[in-house]
Write a protein that binds this ligand. Structure first.
Ligand SMILES: [Zn+2]
Ligand SMILES: [Zn+2]
Length: 137
């Protein structure tokens, strides 16, 4: 196992057996509502290398690209930890905060930057995109 993670109550554990493909800040309204935060830091893994140990629930919604996004959370503590999208069937998006990093890799890009809330979110060395950018993944 290369990386491990868990929800807040630790009943759901994650194992990631590959390096992340990308780290992104997503500033879209759906991620703001789902996480309760100004943005979500998403870590993109090959779905084959992500294993979930424990009972999880998924909440489905439709993205602005017409994809179904299934957002996974722990039914006990409610902690959100990952999502999957029909637009990226071979990827799993794990939220950065649930991963037990020794050292977090640097951010590769920020998406839905047209919806950014705080100037303090701005990192000078990331690529910024208005809206979605599947071709970058
Ligand atoms: Zn939990
Ligand atoms: Zn988003």
């Amino acid at each position: 196992m290369k990386y491990s993670g868990s929800c807040f109550c630790q009943k759901v554990k994650l194992e990631m057996n590959s390096e992340p493909l990308k780290l992104l800040n997503c500033h879209c309204k759906d991620c703001q509502k789902w996480t309760g935060c100004a943005y979500e830091t998403a870590v993109v893994f090959d779905v084959e290398t992500v294993k979930v140990n424990g009972k999880i629930k998924f909440f489905d919604s439709l993205s602005d690209q017409g994809n179904t996004v299934s957002r996974g959370f722990c039914p006990d503590c409610g902690g959100a930890f990952m999502n999957k999208s029909t637009g990226l069937p071979d990827k799993a998006i794990v939220y950065a905060g649930v991963i037990d990093w020794d050292k977090m890799p640097s951010l590769s890009a920020e998406i839905y930057y047209d919806n950014v809330w705080f100037s303090s979110c701005m990192l000078s060395d990331t690529k910024k995109f208005q809206g979605y950018f599947s071709q970058e993944l």
